[in-house]
Design a protein. Structure first.
Length: 132
């Protein structure tokens, strides 16, 4: 198991191919979708793996070229307006509920809790962000 270090990036990715998590947990209905539902044709696992790794290589190259601002702009554009999320922080066992507001130029998470307090959180402090 990787442990956080400033020079290390640990990426965990879960890609739904054709499973239906909402069939086991109704709270996920409308929040999850599988690649099989989106694709117009049958998609092979090898193809998904290849495309995912290609995207990671592109992101790594942008970071190495100090073009992180391009990644941040893309994240914030794709995420759109603030949406409700549940955050689990490394420093506290109970999750926080509020709104993900984007990523700042240094890669920190911008979050507003349900009381309206704005927080800027280092990536290393966030254990899990789940859209709710």
């Amino acid at each position: 198991v990787e442990q956080y270090q400033p020079e290390t990036v640990v990426i965990g990715v879960g890609i739904n191919i054709d499973n239906r998590p909402d069939s086991l947990d109704s709270s996920l209905t409308g929040h999850t979708i599988g690649v099989a539902e989106l694709a117009e044709r049958s998609v092979l696992l090898d193809e998904i793996t290849r495309l995912t790794l290609r995207a990671f290589r592109r992101l790594q190259a942008l970071v190495e070229q100090e073009n992180f601002s391009e990644i941040v702009a893309d994240i914030n554009t794709r995420w759109g307006e603030a949406r409700p999320v549940q955050l689990t922080l490394n420093s506290r066992p109970e999750p926080l509920n509020g709104y993900f507001c984007g990523v700042d130029p240094e890669g920190r998470l911008s979050f507003t809790d349900n009381l309206g307090t704005a927080h800027i959180l280092e990536a290393s402090h966030v254990a899990l962000l789940r859209e709710v």
